[in-house]
Design a protein around this ligand. Structure first.
Ligand code: ARG
Length: 459
């Protein structure tokens, strides 16, 4: 059996299944670069203390660079005794530069502060990538909204036709959601960007290592001020999982809208072939699988959050092996969110917006509110105009008319004598939309202003 890092006090061998059960290398090797970078800077700290000579430091750094190259080129050879990425890298360093020097790198360090710093470095890098993809998604929505600003469509509440809106207003709604997600993500990155390295296993560093120097070298904004908090804290993992869950919640609703809009009954949008799949049985089918997967994978992200919170709840301070369970849900959720953003960007940049079908779906009943507003401008209280407009809807229905616009002036005036011939100007979808030009509304000028502000925030 290969010698274990912690083998000194043991006489018996571990159960082979226990080795497998305990090993995290299959998934934490993803963090190889963060682990090597942490060691590179940590050993600089040791050299400053005189615990390594500058020749030893040079040797160590040479070894670390070689290991990095081996991981990149796929030549790193995993060995049976490699428990996790930390032990694998240290074992390999010993093979390259000799055990005498390699045996000094872990002086004053524990895998507890090591894994904590690796995770923070890794998550920081991944979330920065996610943040860039998210910015592209938002910009894609903005571009599309600017280009198709003239398309009108029904807006829904309760999935019932409510009021006419611009298609771009719908696009701008999701650009708004995603921009809030983007802002929140910067805060998550900022909060996790503090350094636990130098905390040791629990009690702190025995040789007075310069933690501020290490933090600065690793690009952190500062150090975690309590060594016990430094090694026990996985709030940044839970917060990242929550961020992913919330974002995926938005992506899921976005997808659900588009699934409905792409159905034959609506036909507001047509998905590109690139993001659709067919049926093995029904030749006519073109299914929005991309959107269904976006919706479905959101469930998986919430599961990762809930699962890891359960793992953390009730474990005693400080480090416990339960915490190794942070990696699989986090890595899975990070891959899921990264791919989801790329797929959503692809879907939205390639779909076809069928503006004729959108406009054909508008119906006069959607202007009943505008009819009520018409009388408001004649001085009638809204509560009353709401009732009167409702009466008009009922009258049109009872006379089997196709819409309220088909009522005669006579019929209008029988309901309320304050209706004048100008009432018919109300029955114009464009006009209805354009009236809503207050900030945030669906009028062209208001939507363009929203898009402009989002764009400005992003640039
Ligand atoms: N693989 C471990 C993890 O991911 C590293 C830390 C191990 N520390 C320990 N004291 N056993 O959590």
């Amino acid at each position: 059996q290969p010698q274990k890092l912690w083998g000194g006090r043991f006489t018996g061998a571990t159960d082979p299944l226990m080795d497998l059960y305990n090993a995290s290398l299959p998934y934490d090797k993803k963090m190889y670069a963060a682990d090597l970078e942490g060691t590179r800077v940590y050993t600089m700290g040791l050299e400053k203390l005189g615990l390594l000579t500058s020749t030893e430091l040079t040797e160590i750094h040479r070894g670390l660079t070689q290991i990095n190259d081996e991981w990149i080129s796929g030549k790193f050879e995993e060995k049976p005794g490699d428990e996790d990425i930390h032990t694998a890298n240290e074992r390999r360093l010993g093979e390259i530069i000799g055990r005498h020097i390699a045996g000094k790198v872990h002086t004053g360090r524990s895998r507890n502060d090591q894994v904590a710093v690796d995770m923070r470095l890794f998550v920081r890098g991944e979330l920065t990538k996610v943040s860039n993809h998210l910015r592209t998604l938002i910009q894609t929505l903005i571009k599309r909204a600017e280009k198709e600003i003239d398309y009108l469509m029904p807006g829904y509440t309760h999935l019932q036709r409510a009021q006419p809106i611009r298609w771009s207003h719908w696009l701008s709604m999701y650009a708004t959601y995603f921009t809030e997600d983007y802002k929140r993500l910067q805060q998550v990155i900022d909060r996790l960007n503090v350094c636990p390295l130098g905390a040791g296993a629990i009690a702190g560093h025995p040789y007075g290592i310069d933690r501020e120097f290490i933090a600065k070298e690793l690009g952190f904004k500062g150090v975690i001020g309590n060594s016990m908090a430094a090694v026990s804290d996985r709030d940044f993992v839970m917060e990242t999982l929550f961020w992913i869950s919330l974002f995926m919640n938005h992506i899921s609703r976005f997808s659900e809208d588009l699934i409905i809009y792409s159905s034959g009954e609506f036909h507001f949008v047509s998905l590109a072939d690139a993001y659709s799949t067919g049926s093995s049985l029904m030749p006519q089918k073109k299914n929005p699988d991309s959107l269904e997967l976006l919706r479905g994978k959101s469930g998986r992200a919430f599961g990762s959050l809930a699962g890891f919170m359960m793992s953390m709840k009730g474990i005693p301070s400080t480090y416990d092996k339960d915490m190794q369970e942070d990696k699989e849900p986090l890595f899975d959720a990070m891959t899921t969110v990264e791919h989801s953003i790329l797929i959503a960007t692809g879907v939205i940049s390639t779909l076809k917006a069928n503006n004729r079908d959108m406009e054909a779906a508008l119906s006069m009943d959607m202007l009943a509110t505008d009819l009520a507003d018409y009388l408001v401008l004649k001085g009638v209280p809204f509560r009353e105009t709401h009732y009167i407009s409702g009466e008009c809807v009922r009258a049109a229905e009872e006379s089997h008319l196709s819409g309220i616009d088909q009522l005669s002036l006579d019929q209008f005036q029988k309901i309320d004598k304050r209706f004048g011939p100008d009432v018919f100007q109300t029955f114009d979808f464009e006009r209805s939309v354009e009236k809503r030009d207050a900030t945030g509304g669906t009028a062209k000028i208001a939507v363009l202003k929203q898009l402009h502000q989002l764009q400005q925030y992003l640039s």
